[in-house]
Design a protein around this ligand. Sequence first.
Ligand code: BT5
Length: 314
Amino acid sequence: MVNKNRDIVSMLDDRFPLSGETLGKKLGISRVAVWKRIKKLQEEGYPVISGRAGYLLDGTAPLPLESFFPEEFPYPVRFTPRVSSTMDQARLEEERSPKLFIAGSQETGRGRRGRRWESPEGGLYASLLLFPETDFESAIVPVMALSVALTELLREEYRLPAAVSWPNDIMIGGGKAGGVLTELHGRYDILDRQILGIGVNVLGNPGVPEAVSLSTARGGEATSRPVSPAPLAASLFTRFHRIVTDLEREEIVSRWKSCSGTVGRMVRVERSRGGELAGRAVALGDDGSLVIRTAGGRTEAVRDGECRLAREEM
Ligand code: BT5
């Protein structure tokens, strides 16, 4: 799905130019065909310099976001430096095929229930548009898969102690590093369009007291990966795609449960349909609910709400 001309980029060097003839021989195409493909790459933002001695890569310029995604990545990637919200881009998309929208920053990034998501440059802001052909009840599965993908990625590749705070926060230590959100569109019981949104604080500080960014959380520790939005986006959505295609629903749910940082803690949940419930979080349900045991010994599952750690847990 991603740019087929990228094989040329991997052959180029930032010091020694390669002639069109040499490139053509390597690729089994004519010099004119090489020139056309280079022109296309330049138009798409690849920093290829054409000179008299041949083609060079400008090693100081950033590569376009797309170049971080593997060749076999299944969704087209649309990068926009600044947008209102990637959720709106996905919602307004007319073409009926899956697509990944990524922005460098957002003017009116949003969280759940009309809340704001601070989206300065340096973060990852993405919405994946899907046409799942399932029922509304199953829509929770890709949401879980995206939380799992981010949490496991941060744990395994960035060596950060990430966990999912129910229902949708990705926490590192006591700080919120990211959040997941979904919007569903459909009629009757058929889900037509699902938009998965994710925001991650990668570099810098979004200016929210409870927030933490990956670069701050990592401190001076070396990781196997650079902390920057583009490679993070590529690894995240590649993992996500592997999870949803390779795993059965039960396995995704079980991985999601293993990522939880809420079970075992004392919590206070404000239910979406009103009322508050306080007690110990004792389990997660397969439907994404949180099971709470109250001081009176009653056990109750909450499907939707806002969860805070109770004071003694902070
Ligand atoms: C979320 O909402 O955590 C889901 C956020 C999803 C954002 C992505 S970015 C790409 C896509 N396009 C969008 O417009 N949105 C999605 P919620 O659980 O409602 O959390 C919102 C709350 O988190 C706010 O009320 C603040 O308290 C806090 N907050 C806002 N910006 C933050 C940030 N950058 N980092 C950490 N916390 C933040």
